[in-house]
Every structure is written in structure tokens, then in C-alpha cells.
Design a protein around this ligand. Structure first.
Ligand SMILES: Nc1ncnc2c1ncn2[C@@H]1O[C@H](COP(=O)(O)OP(=O)(O)OP(=O)(O)O)[C@@H](O)[C@H]1O
Ligand SMILES: CC(C)(CO)[C@@H](O)C(=O)NCCC(=O)O
Ligand SMILES: [K+]
Length: 256
């Protein structure tokens, strides 16, 4: 019974089992695993689930990970995997990428989730959608639902590892975010955080200028909570943005 939504990122696989394939459906079970541990899913977390009627996922990880998940779904439930591939248009959002299929599926699905979340609370307005995961993405959507373009930048972990491996003197524990850092740990943590916050602020400016309206701003991703206190613009932190998008796409695709 129900609907299984899966989001396979570059660091973790997140899954959610819903009572139905439609927005607002009851969440029955959910979990997240680091990719190196997903082999356990069929014997542990997924072993107790009733067979989902359908599955829809988005994946940006390597092909080997995708095959692994597809084999698990086939063996456990004889369930065919369906992955979202960014198209020119889906669920109200138009894809402005030069090559629409080259856009990351997670970015596309998160924008669709944000678009419908915003529409549910008022008239259409431009969006800025930020995902803080292994990488950080900052997307712009105009008031007609057109994805204008977006930034990709390194996430906290990659920024720190790049600095550690490229220098002799930057091996220090995680610090605090400070306006004026006075030790190496705080300087690194603050630098990474404000690099992301600064990119987001610029995108908000670009959208304001291009659309002539204040955008609604959404943030999601495993490290979203770390960014929230340091943002200069008001953001709604929505952990489930990708699942919201998958539910909306599933509703439209699987409509009886
Ligand atoms: N509690 C934490 N403390 C320190 N760093 C963290 C923590 N949680 C996440 N991170 C770092 O933040 C980045 C993204 O985290 P996480 O894996 O939770 O995001 P995600 O949205 O699942 O990523 P993806 O979808 O790309 O797999 C990683 O670089 C990770 O090392
Ligand atoms: C940018 C990431 C890594 C973010 O998870 C992912 O969306 C991805 O691999 N994208 C493909 C390239 C692109 O979106 O232009
Ligand atoms: K992701």
C-alpha cells in the first residue's frame, strides 16, 4: 500500500513512505542513510514496510547507487523504479536550463515542491530555492513558474576539505559562526557559512531586480538548519521540499 518517495543525494539516501501519492498524504515512515550504508535497507528499515503500490524518486548519485536501489526495490517488492528526469515542463514549472535534462533532478523536484507550497498560501510570486547538501544550489523561479537559472557552490563539508587539503595550516575543529572571527576554527566556519549566505543574498537581489517583486524564499537540505541563523533575508526552512515535489509530480503522473 501507499507510495514510496526516494531522494538519493551525493551523501545520503532519504526515503519516505506515504499513505497515498498526493500532497498532504499521511507520512507512515521515513529515514535517511549514508550511501555507504544503504546495503542494510532491505534487511532493516524497508523489511517491515508493506509493499508500496508505487515509487518515484530523484537521484544525483552515481549509476552504481541507482542500480543498487533498483535491485532492492525489485527483490523486496517486485516494484519498478521510476526516477524523475528534468523535462522542459512539469507540474507548473518551466525549465529554463540550456539543456533541461542536464539539470540535477534534485534541483528540479525541489523547485516544483517550493512552487506548489508557495501557491498553496497565496498568489504566484517569484521564488528563491536553496538546497544545502553536499553541494549548495540557489535557484530562481519567476512568477510564471519559469526556472530562470541557479548557482551551484560547494557545501560546508567540501569547502572545509578543500581548504584542509590545499593548505598546511588549516586542520582545525569546527568553529562557530562569528561576524568577526578571531581564531582559525571560527574563521573557516564563518567563511563557509557567509559564502553561502552571500550567494543567496545575491540571487535574491537578482530576482528582485529581474522580476520587480520580492521573492518567497525556501531553504532545504541536511545542513539547512546550520544556515538558517546566518541568513540576511527571511527564509522558510522546509525539510521536506524534495518529498513535497515528488508527491506533486506523482499526483499528476499517476492520476487515475
Ligand atoms: N550534524 C552535522 N554536523 C556537521 N556537518 C554536517 C552535519 N550534517 C550534515 N553535515 C554536512 O553538511 C553537508 C550536507 O549534509 P547532508 O548529508 O545531511 O545533506 P543532504 O541534504 O543529505 O546531502 P545530499 O542530498 O547531497 O546527500 C555534508 O557536507 C555534511 O558533511
Ligand atoms: C548540483 C548537484 C550536485 C546538487 O545536488 C546536483 O543537482 C547535480 O549533480 N546536478 C547536475 C548538474 C546541474 O544541475 O547543472
Ligand atoms: K539532495
Amino acid at each position: 500500500m501507499g507510495f514510496l518517495a526516494i531522494d538519493v543525494g551525493n551523501t545520503r539516501l532519504k526515503w519516505a513512505h506515504y499513505a497515498a501519492a498526493e500532497p498532504g498524504a499521511k507520512l507512515l515512515a521515513h529515514g535517511a542513510e549514508f550511501l555507504e550504508n544503504i546495503d542494510h535497507l532491505p534487511e532493516r528499515e524497508w523489511a517491515g514496510l508493506p509493499r508500496p503500490d508505487r515509487m518515484l524518486g530523484c537521484i544525483v548519485a552515481a549509476d552504481a547507487v541507482r542500480r543498487r536501489v533498483e535491485e532492492d526495490l525489485a527483490e523486496l517488492w517486485d516494484l519498478p523504479a521510476q526516477w524523475v528526469v528534468p523535462a522542459a515542463f512539469e507540474a507548473g514549472v518551466t525549465n529554463g536550463y540550456d539543456h533541461p535534462a542536464r539539470l540535477g533532478a534534485d534541483r528540479w523536484v525541489a523547485m516544483i515542491g517550493a512552487w506548489h507550497r508557495a501557491l498553496a498560501t497565496g498568489p504566484a510570486r517569484p521564488l528563491v530555492v536553496v538546497m544545502v547538501g553536499t553541494a549548495v544550489t540557489v535557484e530562481a523561479v519567476d512568477a510564471s513558474g519559469r526556472f530562470l537559472g541557479g548557482f551551484i557552490l560547494p557545501g560546508h563539508g567540501i569547502m572545509l576539505r578543500a581548504l584542509e587539503s590545499g593548505t598546511a595550516g588549516l586542520h582545525v575543529p569546527t568553529g562557530e559562526v562569528r561576524e568577526f572571527p578571531t581564531n582559525t576554527s571560527d574563521a573557516l566556519t564563518s567563511g563557509g557559512t557567509y559564502a553561502i549566505a552571500g550567494a543567496v543574498e545575491r540571487m535574491v537581489q537578482h530576482v528582485r531586480q529581474h522580476c520587480g517583486t520580492e521573492p518567497a524564499c525556501f531553504m532545504t537540505g541536511g545542513a539547512g538548519w546550520k544556515m538558517a541563523p546566518s541568513m540576511s533575508v527571511k527564509f522558510e526552512l522546509v525539510d521536506s521540499l524534495i518529498f513535497d515535489g515528488l508527491l506533486e509530480i506523482a499526483r499528476q503522473r499517476f492520476r487515475p
